[in-house]
Each structure stands twice: as structure tokens, then as C-alpha cells.
Design a protein around this ligand. Structure first.
Ligand code: A3P
Length: 289
């Protein structure tokens, strides 16, 4: 019988085991303030990378110290709940995987959204799900088993497309900054400049620190300091910063899986211009043999 990861369910919403119902419910009642800075995403789309860049820009290029953890200075709203976020210094830095319609909203708060193509996302999500047995009990799970959960939207934080599409539709709002993982990979310096501008960081000031921001947010640097990105109570068996490439899906997908996910992708994104985010990926899936 196929193995599936285990989750807990709050109000029809799947979350990793160990997340508390109270924290999740209170998160939905968090009142966003004008100064808040949210990093929003579907899991495994580059959230931690973007959080670290935001943190570095605001901190003048100085990285987290050896005893510091990103989830402490930049907590995950629905994991820690409202009270923890209310105690953060201003501007409050908050991560969330909540869908747009339930994300606490303030017209002047700033919302970053990072998107990643679903083919690489599911591969990364598979490794994540195997790598945190206390959250999913899926240590020996196989890609084929996880793929079925992902394509049917039966994974934590819901269906990939239910998260991406409503956020994509907000991308022209002045307080929303939409970026793709792939564009950050292809030119991280240019992405950092745009992120700095959205944060209203003085351009001259950013010019002086950008080399450090690039350096401390690089894959190599982040991979070296794995423990800084995960919450202290987490005991992972696989590295949080894993491979950091575009196109890893080809090492996992069967022909049939590639076509099935492409089919779902094309159906779901009808009426949007989402296919333009990843023309190369879509073309390579079409020609996958
Ligand atoms: P892979 O598993 O494909 O390597 P999230 O933070 O949303 O969980 O996303 C995790 C993914 O982002 C992982 O992808 C991880 O390796 C990648 N990532 C994290 N930091 C990165 C960096 N500095 N450069 C490139 N990729 C990074």
C-alpha cells in the first residue's frame, strides 16, 4: 500500500504535525500594521532565501550571528501564533504560507511573494517531507507517493495553485512585490536591488552593503550555516538548504508525471499569464521524453 505523509488538519487546512491549532487560529486574527513586512509563499519556493535577503538588507548586510535563528527574528505566523508576532520589534518581519484570502492584510504593510515552478517545488517538497519525520512520519517515503499527494493538493498548506494564483493576481498592488525563485537564481544581485527598492532602502546605502547581502545570501553561505534557518525545536534528517538549482525535476519525474502536472498547470492557470513566468520550464516539460 502506498505510504502517505501524516498531517494535522485545522478547518480543512493541512499543517505539519506539531503545529498547534491555537497558534493557527490566532494567526488568522493577527492585525497587520502599516510597518509590517511579510514574506509569503507556498512551501519550498525559496521563502528562507528571500527572508534572509530582507533581513540582510534591513540589517546593513550583517548576517545572523552564530546563536541566532531566522525563525526567531522572522517567525512563521501560523506556526507561532499572534502573540509571538505582536511582540516583534518594528518593523515586524513575518513569514507565512497562508493563502492570500486569509493572510492578515493592511493597505500599507508590505508583502513579498516568491513563486517557484511547480515541477521543482514538488521535488523540494518531497525532500522536505522525508526530512522532517516528526512533522510528517514519511522518512522512507518515495517520490511517486508524494507526487500523488501534491498533484491532488493533499499536502500541508493546501494546493500549490490555490496559493499561487490569488497571490499572482495581487502582483500589481503597490504594497505587493512578486518575484520568482528562478529570476533570483539567474541574477540575484539584480533581485536584491529590486527588493531593496521595495523596502525603501536608500540606494547609496544599499550600494555600500550589497556585496555583503549577495555573499551572505548565496547558496554556499546559507548551506554552510544550516542551523540558522530552522526552528530550534526541529531535528531534521536532511539539510534545509538542499540543492538550490532550477530543473532538478528531471531527475525525479516520469514521463507520465511530467504530463499530468503540466496538464494541471495549464488548466489551473487559464486566464492568467502565469505561463510567462516559466516559459523555459513549460517548453522543456513539453519536450520531456
Ligand atoms: P531545493 O530543495 O530545491 O534545494 P523554502 O525556504 O521555501 O523552504 O525553500 C527551500 C528551497 O530553496 C530549497 O530548494 C533550498 O535549497 C532553496 N534555497 C534556499 N536558500 C537558497 C539560496 N541561497 N540559493 C538558492 N536556493 C536556495
Amino acid at each position: 500500500m502506498a505510504k502517505t505523509p501524516k498531517y494535522i488538519e485545522h478547518d480543512m487546512f493541512r499543517m505539519p504535525m506539531g503545529f498547534s491549532t491555537e497558534a493557527y487560529r490566532s494567526a488568522l486574527n493577527y492585525s497587520a500594521t502599516a510597518e509590517d513586512i511579510f514574506v509569503c509563499s507556498y512551501p519550498k519556493c525559496g521563502t528562507t532565501w528571500l527572508q534572509n535577503i530582507v533581513y540582510l538588507i534591513l540589517n546593513g548586510g550583517v548576517p545572523l550571528g552564530p546563536d541566532m535563528r531566522l525563525p526567531t527574528v522572522f517567525p512563521h505566523l501560523e506556526e507561532v501564533g499572534l502573540q509571538v508576532c505582536e511582540k516583534l520589534p518594528t518593523p515586524r518581519l513575518i513569514k507565512t504560507h497562508l493563502p492570500f484570502f486569509v493572510t492578515p492584510w493592511h493597505l500599507e504593510a508590505r508583502y513579498f511573494y516568491i513563486a517557484r515552478n511547480p515541477f521543482d517545488c514538488v521535488v523540494s517538497f518531497f525532500h522536505h517531507t522525508c526530512g522532517f519525520p516528526q512533522h510528517y512520519d514519511f522518512l522512507d517515503g518515495e517520490f511517486n507517493e508524494f507526487f500523488e499527494c501534491f498533484i491532488s493538493g493533499k499536502v500541508d498548506f493546501g494546493d500549490y495553485f490555490d496559493n499561487l494564483i490569488p497571490w499572482y493576481n495581487q502582483r500589481d498592488k503597490s504594497n505587493v512585490f512578486f518575484i520568482t525563485y528562478e529570476s533570483m537564481i539567474s541574477d540575484s544581485r539584480a533581485a536584491i536591488k529590486k527588493i531593496g527598492k521595495f523596502l525603501e532602502t536608500d540606494a547609496t546605502k544599499l550600494d555600500k552593503t550589497i556585496d555583503q547581502v549577495v555573499r551572505y545570501s548565496s547558496f554556499e553561505s546559507m548551506q554552510k550555516y544550516q542551523t540558522r534557518w530552522a526552528s530550534p525545536r526541529i531535528d531534521a534528517v536532511s539539510p534545509f538548504i538542499r540543492k538550490g538549482v532550477v530543473g532538478d525535476w528531471k531527475n525525479y519525474f516520469s514521463h507520465d508525471q511530467a504530463y499530468r502536472l503540466l496538464d494541471k498547470f495549464l488548466n489551473k492557470i487559464q486566464g492568467t499569464s502565469i505561463d510567462k513566468l516559466w516559459p523555459d520550464i513549460v517548453a522543456s516539460v513539453r519536450h520531456y521524453s
